[in-house]
Design a protein around this ligand. Structure first.
Ligand code: 5GP
Length: 185
């Protein structure tokens, strides 16, 4: 058992708050209102959350949307852990369970860093001929962009730091922090 004054292990690295709970809540509300207005005439929007990092953002955003929608998940993992591999290559590890042909689709990402993941997903999904396909990301790191990929709804631009909290992890830790923090490298 931890004694007084001792740090729990999960906060052993220094964290500094970049975006607090109130700012996240306000921005998520604005995005939900904007998306709801844009899709007001659509029968059913398909939200595709990119696991794992988007799960909290998707939960909050979807509950504040006023248009009918369905929720799907997709998961990708990045190649590039071995030197020989293309650092921008992305692999699909979990696909959506329903056909998106002819549907209005909005991809919900946690963070766009180099842009390779979102570019891959937009290519993959557009080949399935949805009626419309747009993207929404909570965070973007503009200084890290390597590919040009359209982001239709954006929460926040941040500098080139590793962020955790609000669904985002470092080695599977910190996902449930209510705010977005920069982690000291
Ligand atoms: P991209 O393909 O745009 O370079 O990378 C996107 C993915 O990298 C994100 O979905 C996320 O998994 C991971 N990523 C990039 N930057 C960060 C960060 O600052 N924090 C966390 N937790 N994940 C990040």
């Amino acid at each position: 058992m931890a004694s007084a004054g001792e740090y729990p292990r999960h906060v052993s690295r220094a964290l500094s708050t970049l975006i607090d709970e109130d700012a996240i809540g306000a921005r998520v509300g604005e995005l939900a209102a904007e998306i709801s207005a844009d899709y007001a005439d659509v029968d059913e929007l398909v939200l595709i959350g990119v696991l794992k990092g988007s799960f909290i953002f998707l939960a909050d955003l979807s509950r504040r949307m006023t248009v009918p929608h369905r929720i799907e998940f997709i998961a990708v993992s990045s190649y590039g852990e071995r030197e020989s591999e293309d650092p921008g290559a992305v692999r699909l590890i979990l696909d959506v369970r329903h056909d998106i042909g002819g549907r209005h689709v909005l991809v919900i990402e946690d963070i766009v860093d180099t842009g390779h993941t979102l570019a891959y997903l937009m290519r993959l999904l557009s080949a399935r001929l949805p009626e419309s396909l747009k993207s929404c990301t909570l965070i973007r790191k503009p200084d890290r962009a390597e590919v040009d990929v359209a982001i239709d709804y954006l929460g926040f631009d941040i500098p080139d730091v590793w962020v955790v909290g609000y669904g985002l992890d470092y080695a599977e830790k910190y996902r449930t922090l209510p705010r977005i923090c920069a982690l000291e490298r």
